[in-house]
Design a protein around this ligand. Structure first.
Ligand SMILES: N=c1c2ncn([C@@H]3O[C@H](COP(=O)(O)OP(=O)(O)OP(=O)(O)O)[C@@H](O)[C@H]3O)c2ncn1[C@@H]1O[C@H](COP(=O)(O)O)[C@@H](O)[C@H]1O
Length: 103
């Protein structure tokens, strides 16, 4: 499952009718609740990262990424815009690398 696939599922949950969905319930609570959940999952991921249980790191990271995608949906920010920002930074750091190389 990629972030794009997850974002597509989350977007469908946001607009779709039908059976109960954790995602739809969370989105209905608004941006502040989604942000709070993201913060909680970030702390849980950080705590897992300094522990010994690698499976916990993976599981908490999956929770974190899911809640990040939900928050972006709640704020109306497309994943593509985040990718574009990452790409912009990559180009910049590439130029800096070249500029700092001797010769
Ligand atoms: N990846 C996830 C995912 N990761 C975590 N979670 C849910 O996130 C919740 C977080 O657990 P917590 O104990 O922190 O939260 P809680 O106490 O239940 O809720 P709060 O009262 O704190 O808000 C759990 O209910 C998890 O099931 C997820 N729920 C959904 N997805 C994806 O979203 C898709 C749509 O899911 P539904 O909206 O449930 O259909 C699924 O097919 C998955 O791909």
């Amino acid at each position: 499952m990629t972030l794009e696939q997850l974002a597509a599922i989350v977007a469908r949950r946001a607009t779709g009718e039908g059976e109960a969905s954790y995602t739809r319930t969370l989105l209905a609570k608004g941006v502040a609740k989604c942000a709070q959940k993201l913060g909680e999952e970030a702390v849980e991921t950080a705590l897992a990262a300094v522990g010994a249980d690698t499976k916990a790191v993976i599981s908490e990271t999956a929770d974190l990424l899911y809640h990040l995608v939900v928050l972006l949906q709640a704020r109306g920010v497309p994943l593509e815009d985040v990718y574009a920002e990452l790409a912009r930074r990559t180009r910049q750091s590439g130029l800096e690398e070249k500029a700092s190389r001797p010769g």
